[in-house]
Design a protein around this ligand. Structure first.
Ligand SMILES: NC(=O)c1ccc[n+]([C@@H]2O[C@H](COP(=O)([O-])OP(=O)(O)OC[C@H]3O[C@@H](n4cnc5c(N)ncnc54)[C@H](OP(=O)(O)O)[C@@H]3O)[C@@H](O)[C@H]2O)c1
Length: 240
């Protein structure tokens, strides 16, 4: 099989940070496999990047589905033979500050089922993709887990129990797979994009989407980004 471009996979690539990450990786010459759980919004995102003449394709992937992750791996093995970059970006934040019910941001009110739902997507979603795609990764491949400062143990405020747990656990996923995959020369890092103006971050957030993806793209593709097993923001290591 003829292999020219590096192959990147981005989860939750139909909007927000995932879409911009896909755009920027493709602009840097990678072949990007956009993944989205909703084929319609995925196709819209694909169309936008194709009009920019970028090398992209779309595969359906719900990160809550082990079957989807395995089907993606089978497809990539057949079509491309390898994965050089995996950006675990898909995430949810259903806890609402205004809602005192099951999805409350109040740790004393939020339903454990909501916490499990968040953990399943934000933490186990990344685990599913790493387990499925790591066998296809060559030496030098990179895994970037899009985490959050809200998961940093050293800086924990109140509120958003499920989201904070899920991102703290995602950081442990980063540490564990960095160790597991070090013998194969695969780099695994966590990144906090900052507070970004996406659907999740809201219009009042302090950062543009372009600024938000800067360190994600850097960890995924920059030749000088060669460290593994760290938590980053603005291209600097931050405490766990
Ligand atoms: N925005 C911020 O301020 C901020 C700060 C720190 C960390 N982050 C993290 O950055 C990442 C991207 O956030 P964003 O701001 O771009 O959020 P967003 O605009 O809400 O986009 C979230 C993306 O994740 C996808 N997604 C959710 N559940 C999924 C599932 N089960 N399977 C596949 N895709 C799924 C969504 O797909 P649908 O369109 O189908 O829902 C969407 O594409 C998240 O991990 C988030 O926690 C964001």
């Amino acid at each position: 099989m003829q292999q020219t471009k590096m192959i990147a996979v981005v989860t939750g690539a139909n909007r927000g940070l995932g879409l911009e990450t896909a755009r920027q990786l493709a602009s840097r010459g990678l072949h990007v496999i956009l993944t989205a759980r909703n084929p319609r919004t995925g196709a819209e995102a694909l169309g936008r990047l194709q009009t920019e003449k970028l090398a992209v394709e779309l595969r359906k992937l719900d990160v809550n589905s082990t079957e989807d992750a395995q089907a993606l791996a089978r497809y990539i093995k057949e079509a491309h033979g390898r994965v050089d970059v995996l950006v675990n970006n898909a995430g949810i934040l259903p806890e609402s500050s205004r809602d005192a019910g099951a999805k409350s941001a109040n740790p004393l009110k939020v339903s454990p089922l909501t916490v499990m739902e968040i953990f399943n997507t934000n933490t186990l979603g990344a685990v599913r993709l790493i387990q499925a795609l790591a066998p296809l990764m060559p030496e030098g491949a990179r895994i970037v887990n899009v985490s959050s400062g809200m998961g940093a143990l050293n800086d924990t405020g109140g509120g958003y129990l499920g989201y904070r747990i899920s991102k703290a656990a995602l950081n442990m996923v980063t540490r564990m797979f960095a160790a597991e995959l070090a013998p194969r020369g695969i780099l695994v890092n966590s990144v906090c994009p900052g507070w970004v103006r996406t659907d999740m971050g809201g219009t009042g957030a302090s950062r543009s989407i372009e600024k938000g993806v800067e360190t994600i793209v850097w960890l995924a593709s920059a030749p000088e980004a060669t460290e593994s097993g760290f938590f980053w923001r603005d291209r600097r290591k931050i405490p766990w």
